[in-house]
Design a protein around this ligand. Structure first.
Ligand code: SF4
Length: 335
């Protein structure tokens, strides 16, 4: 089948540049993400995420660890940006999200890297944890498009996104892939330093759903366009799985594919937090699957909780941070 084209190719002439400029202006009193730090990132100000108005990137890499409709045969071309607007105690990418491992890259260089990933044959370009740096990514995309870039964009996010910023991605992003992490703000505050996570993430996902609807998949199994929601099951019910799944089923649709992830591993600060210093059990994961079944989701993506292989990255090797890459990480399960 034909390569899927990014929706941004069909925007009016100059619109992608206008979106990038409009987004960049938000840096002047930064509210690119829901933290709304209000600093001027164009004038040396730094907020929670610690970044200025350029792009800082930790890795450009072909990745096989995403869900099957994105990976296909050739993987996703992922841009792992540096820093994050959350500070999760258990982040498996903490080397880049919280330890600043990455390099400043001019917009034109990132555009060239996008073109390189495309030339390598991937089906999608993934922006990984991009919520704090959308303006720069839009600028690079606008440059890449002028040089023939055409891949659809996967917006792979922790869901702590600003609706104002997301509106600038309407008609630009084809696949939204948010990880809805919590349904209790007290836990979100303690584990990720986001005391309004529940409201902000749900507003954001509602906007994503408005833009693209449930994920649609082509005859060859590849994603076409739409929303798929991830949920990482945490030990001791800390992720609020039932409430999160209810939100997706009742306020979005049971037609939205859900990726229920069992890959939690205690890393980073979680090693010292009672209750988080262990993997989830098989019965905790089975309970999550049963909840999804009860709510009637049409498509689930699952992981084997006993599996030792879950692509824990090591970004000290930015060219290949996933040493066990090429290993299939998710099973699809049509209810
Ligand atoms: S993007 Fe960074 S500086 Fe801007 S509001 Fe969010 S955390 Fe603060």
């Amino acid at each position: 089948m034909e390569q899927i084209q990014g929706s941004y190719l069909y925007l009016p002439e100059g619109e992608l540049d206008r979106r990038a400029e409009t987004a960049y202006e938000i840096y002047r009193e930064c509210r690119v993400c829901p933290r709304g730090c209000g600093v001027d990132r164009t004038g040396g100000g730094r907020g929670f995420c610690g970044l200025g108005d350029g792009l800082k990137v930790s890795s450009f890499v072909r990745h096989y660890g995403e869900e099957p409709p994105l990976v296909g045969q050739t993987g996703v071309g992922n841009i792992f940006v540096t820093s994050c607007n959350l500070a999760c105690s258990y982040c498996q990418n903490y080397q880049i999200s919280q330890e600043d491992r990455g390099a400043d890259r001019p917009f034109a260089v990132v555009a060239e890297e996008m073109l390189q990933l495309q030339a390598g044959g991937v089906n999608f370009l993934g922006w990984v944890s991009p919520s704090h740096i959308v303006p720069g990514l839009l600028k690079s995309l606008a440059l890449a498009r002028k040089k023939g870039f055409r891949l659809p964009i996967v917006y792979n996010t922790n869901a702590y996104d600003s609706v104002e910023t997301l509106k600038l991605l309407d008609g630009v992003v084809d696949v939204y892939l948010p990880d809805l992490k919590y349904s209790d703000n007290r836990i979100a505050r303690d584990l990720s330093r986001a005391a309004d996570y529940v409201e902000r993430s749900r507003e954001a996902v509602l906007e994503m759903f408005r833009q693209v609807g449930p994920l649609r998949v082509r005859g060859d199994g590849l994603a076409e366009r739409g929303l798929m929601v991830r949920h990482l099951v945490l030990p001791e019910g800390a992720a609020g799985t039932w409430e999160t799944l209810c939100f997706i089923a009742l306020e979005l649709s049971p037609r939205v594919p859900v990726s229920l992830m069992s890959q939690y591993r205690p890393v980073h600060r979680a090693l010292g937090i009672p209750g988080l210093a262990r993997r989830i059990t098989a019965s905790e994961y089975q309970a999550a699957l049963a909840m999804a079944g009860e709510l009637g989701f049409e498509t689930l993506f699952t992981q084997d909780p006993e599996d030792e292989v879950h692509n824990l990255p090591d970004f000290r090797n930015p060219n290949q941070p996933f040493p066990l890459d090429r290993v299939r990480n998710h099973e699809s399960f049509v209810c």
